[in-house]
Every structure is written in structure tokens, then in C-alpha cells.
Design a protein around this ligand. Sequence first.
Ligand SMILES: *Cc1c(COP(=O)(O)O)cnc(C)c1O
Length: 311
Amino acid sequence: MKLTIEKVSYPVADLLGVNLYMARVDKIHPLASGNKYYKLKANFEYAKEQGITHLISFGGAFSNHIHALALYAHQQGFETLGIIRGESEYSNNPTLLDAQRAGMVLKFVNRKEYKRRHDKSYLAQLQESYPNSLIIPEGGSSQLAVSSCSQLMHEINKTEEFDYIVAACGTGATFAGLACGLKPNQIGIAYSALLDDSLNERIRTFISNEGKSNINYRIESAGFKGFAKLNKEVLDFVVDWLDKTNILLDPIYTSKMTFKLMQQIKTGEFTEGSSICIVHSGGLQGWRGMKRQVIKLGGNKTWAIINSSLN
Ligand SMILES: *Cc1c(COP(=O)(O)O)cnc(C)c1O
């Protein structure tokens, strides 16, 4: 599908004359949500060139990446193995049920083993056990994925020129790619969904591996304690944003980013007349694992509102 950019109207931004747009990457592909489409596409192309038919990757039990990988890879004729952090009791959750229906084989590992997912020796062993497979890093975040996301930035820039591009980060690969595609007068802002100090370094490495430097970007923390936990303020914001813009944000990444961005607009961090393109990186499937949390924080009515916007 073709990428669309929507002008969005939200009171605090309208009041202060800041022009908001949303790149609807969440709508880009029916099976692979948002940025995961761009990241996986590049990995799949590489696998096909190498004649590899089996893909292996890592994720949590509600991972958007695992979900997108399973469904999109299945459509493309690959077989998949998902190495999942946690216990097999998660295998009945909506994310992993979809994955299994798409033929993904799941292997549950404890936290200690999952922590080794970047270790050279662990990966070598895994490769030996599955010799004709491509091991894709967690989040799909290979260097190939970074290049693919810089393509996304070029697509965004074809539509209109924005002063700021903002995107939510987990591994940082998506943002690094977008940053590599920025024009010299554009500023990228990364919103970290996790409270971790290594994001800066990861983004820098991804960018320098693309052969780029002197990019104008900064990193903001949009995380709070508990990556997969919602808080009431953010949940209320999601409902308000949906009401005013008709766009549903995801519970982990774009919600926290957009919430933080609106606070920053309110405190005057963006000058009147500036334009900001928010990348909606998808992830809506993640809501299905949050029903109980949503009801606990916002009641049944809030869940009904969110649920009715999920397709
Ligand atoms: C995976 C994901 C991200 C993070 O992407 P990275 O490339 O790992 O930084 C952001 N938003 C959504 C909705 C995601 O699913």
C-alpha cells in the first residue's frame, strides 16, 4: 500500500500554531504492522537472494515483531521459528496464537537464555542447529532494516517537507534509518519507550554503519517504569487523541511518544509555524494483550472504545 501522510488537528498544537502530521505507516501492510514491514522486507529480500527459506528471530510474548514476522513471512513462503522470552503459558495469547496459525514454531526460553540473543557464541550454536536459516535480530533490527527505514524517510519527504520527524524507539533501528534519510535542514527526534541508556550508542552505531555522520537528531525519554505497563495518564491521552484525530495509537510506543510530544509543545519547545511529522509505527495488535490493564485503569467503556477501533 502507498504511504499516506495526514494533517492532524489537536488542540494544544493548533493553539500554539504547530503543524502536526502523521505518517500512517501503521496502514502500510495488512500483515506486517508499521515499521516492521520496512524492516522485514529488507531481511526477506536478503534471505531470498541467499536461497534461505527458514527464518529465526526473537521477541517477547506480545511482540509486534514476532507477530509481523510470522504472518508476513508465511505469506512470502518462509518457515519461521520464534524464540520467545517466557513460559509456554503465553502460547495462548492473541499475538502468539496468530503467529502459530501462520505456521510459526515457538520455542520458549527463560530470561537468562533470552539475554544471550546477541552473543556471538550463542548465535553460532543456534546457526549450527538450524544450518539453512537466517537469524534475524530482535525487532528485525539488522543493518539491512536500517537502510530500508531510510527509504521510508525518502518516501515521507516526497510528500512534503517537515521541520521535524519524530519516531518511537525500541532497538533504535527504525529511527536510525529515518535519521539517515533526513535532509540537512531537518531534525529527527527519537522517543525512547524503554528506560535504557544504551539506545544512544545503538543509534550511533546503526548510523555510522550506514556511512553517515553529522545528522541533526536528539533522543528524548518517553518511557516510564515497566515497558509493557500502561499508566492512566497515557491511556486517557490515547482516548482523547483518538477522539480528536480519529487515529488510534499503540499502547507501548506511539502513545508514550505522542503524549510526551504534546507536553513539549505545550511548554513551548516548538516554535509557531513549525511542522512535525509523527511516524505512526503501528503496533495496534499489542492492545489485544492489554485488555485487563485497560479495564483496570479506564473501565469497560475505555476498552470498548479502543477495541472498536481495532479494525
Ligand atoms: C517495534 C516498534 C517500534 C520500535 O522500533 P525499533 O526499530 O526497534 O526502534 C516502534 N513502534 C512500534 C509500534 C513498534 O512495533
